[in-house]
Design a binder for this molecule. Structure first.
Ligand SMILES: Cc1cc2nc3c(=O)[nH]c(=O)nc-3n(C[C@H](O)[C@H](O)[C@H](O)COP(=O)(O)OP(=O)(O)OC[C@H]3O[C@@H](n4cnc5c(N)ncnc54)[C@H](O)[C@@H]3O)c2cc1C
Length: 300
């Protein structure tokens, strides 16, 4: 019986484990493998670790955790959950804990066009804060036609060398087109056949557009169905609902990182440093809730 079982050893789960380990809680940290940013060459926008490869960042996290004897790391996929605190790992072994902390992250569906999957994380991106700076002075294409895509194209036009918005056959609002063109953004409305390395856009008709990088549409989904199976309240966008203290709607179950958000924010703050920060909060709150049990303390 562990004090806390943590599912997911990305930045959120590892930060929670660090907080719990430092208060001498027995922790089992379970992880199935790669995290969301695994295809990327480097983690950016993380103070003190800017430019570190994602796998190296995880190694560094596990090195930190190895200093705490009450934290146990185990490689394995959690395949089942029963009554919140009984987990099945890899379809076999059972784990029991007094509290459960989910940090299972998101996985990205890439609706297209053909070829995006091969470039994802390397020269096809979704986040200007993660990879925008690396496009400084370079040619980029933003795929899509929604107001958010127009906004992204304008954002990148501030520092990229040459920006094109490719709507993939969708019409574009004339006012948006005028604004884009006034800021030097090219608009291409032809249907897209495929994209090719590094970021070239090949249309059904007309000349291809040579690009260094692409900003594509991604559809994030929960990587694991554990929260759903536990009956945790979720938003329409699939994020697990947590309160300010990382508590889900299921007593004793916490969620941190990309997978969860509060009602007051419209989307998860999907960044490595934000995931780690939310894991720190979740770990401390789980410890506080255990203290209530340990010492039969009245909740203030
Ligand atoms: C291509 C790309 C590049 C990015 N680049 C950056 C960047 O440069 N800077 C930045 O700040 N952010 C970046 N991000 C965002 C960043 O990846 C996430 O914000 C961060 O990884 C979230 O951390 P997390 O701990 O919540 O989840 P993750 O890092 O995704 O970790 C979740 C972990 O849970 C494990 N897991 C899931 N289900 C189970 C289960 N059932 N049993 C056991 N283990 C399980 C997974 O294997 C995984 O290891 C990028 C995202 C993408 C898609």
């Amino acid at each position: 019986m562990y004090d806390v079982a943590i599912v997911g050893a990305g930045p959120a789960g590892m930060a929670a484990a660090l907080t719990l380990g430092r208060t001498h809680r027995s922790v089992l940290l379970l992880d199935a493998g790669e995290g969301r940013n695994a295809p990327a060459e480097a983690v950016h926008n993380f103070l003190t670790r800017d430019g570190t490869p994602p796998a190296r960042l995880r190694e560094l996290g596990r090195e930190d955790l190895s200093a705490y004897p009450t934290v146990e790391f185990r490689r394995g996929l959690v395949t089942g959950v029963e009554g919140a605190f009984r987990l099945t790992v890899d379809g076999g072994g059972e784990v029991r804990a007094r509290r459960l902390l989910l940090a299972t992250g998101l996985a990205d569906e890439l609706p297209g066009p053909r070829g995006v999957e091969r470039l994802w994380g390397r020269s096809a991106f979704h986040c200007p804060y993660c990879h925008g700076y690396e496009c400084t002075g370079r040619s980029v294409a933003v795929l899509g036609s929604t107001p958010a895509r127009v906004r992204l194209a304008l954002q990148l036009s501030r520092f990229a060398g040459d920006v094109a918005l490719c709507t993939g056959g969708e019409p574009l609002d004339p006012a948006a087109r005028a604004k884009l063109e006034a800021h030097g953004v090219t608009v291409r409305c032809e249907a897209i056949a495929r994209v090719e390395a590094p970021g070239d856009v090949v249309f059904d008709s007309g000349p291809a557009l040579a690009r260094d990088a692409l900003f594509v549409v991604n559809v994030p989904r929960q990587r694991s169905d554990l929260a759903a199976r536990l009956g945790c309240a979720m938003f329409a966008d699939g994020c697990v609902e947590v309160d300010e203290f990382a508590r889900t709607s299921v007593p004793g179950v916490y969620a941190a990182g990309d997978m969860a958000r509060r009602a007051t924010v419209p989307m998860p703050l999907a960044a490595v440093i934000a995931a780690a920060a939310s894991g720190t909060v979740a770990g401390a709150v789980a410890d506080q809730d255990l203290l209530d049990d340990d010492f039969d303390l009245a909740r203030s």
